[in-house]
Design a protein around this ligand. Structure first.
Ligand SMILES: [Zn+2]
Length: 187
């Protein structure tokens, strides 16, 4: 009896050593076997899962409840990525604008003011010093539709920054009030 145990222990030790020494070789053999018997293996796996579905699910459920923290962060990341993708696609779709729309914006501005003019400070603009401004900034999901685009000078455009049209108006009134001047024509 003792001999049996000894032999078993020896075999265990030996096979462990063998596996360690022939690691890559064994992996390759396994891979070849798997590639050859792909369908049989899959069939067996399916059979096993059919028989042990409940146990398998319980195991998964157990693992999930033991690793709640991990699951939470994983799901958070997953949904965040999904959200980002959705927003990105939407942004791309909206961010695409055509030359004809831009042309129309320019023509409208000239029609309204007689010459190319900044809609915020009403200063006439030389060609090439104009910029296209978004009433609702692109960074705040504003799109490139005809309704959202206006002509402005570079100074107004960069001062407006990420403010909306209304916010920019309030901002001008606020700053003028602080300076002690109220400028009705500013906006
Ligand atoms: Zn301006």
């Amino acid at each position: 009896m003792r001999n049996m145990e000894k032999r078993r222990a020896y075999m265990k030790e030996y096979s462990k050593k063998y596996r360690l020494e022939h690691h890559t070789e064994l992996l390759l053999k396994k891979k070849i076997y798997r590639d050859k018997n792909n369908e049989i293996i899959r069939e067996k796996q399916r059979e096993y899962l059919d028989k042990n579905r409940i146990q398998a699910y319980t195991k998964v459920r157990e693992w999930k409840s033991e690793n709640k923290q991990y699951m939470r962060s994983y799901l958070y990341q997953y949904y965040r990525n999904l959200d980002n993708l959705r927003v990105k696609n939407e942004f791309r779709r909206k961010h695409y604008y055509t030359i004809s729309i831009v042309q129309k914006v320019f023509e409208d501005n000239i029609k309204e003011f007689g010459t190319l003019t900044c809609i915020y400070c009403f200063s006439p603009l030389e060609f090439g010093k104009d910029t296209i401004d978004h009433l609702v900034p692109v960074s705040r999901m504003g799109d490139n539709s005809y309704e959202n685009m206006v002509i402005s000078c570079r100074v107004c455009n960069s001062t407006k920054g990420a403010k909306t049209y209304e916010e920019f108006g309030n901002w001008i009134i606020d700053t003028n009030n602080k300076k002690g001047v109220y400028n009705e024509t500013a906006i």
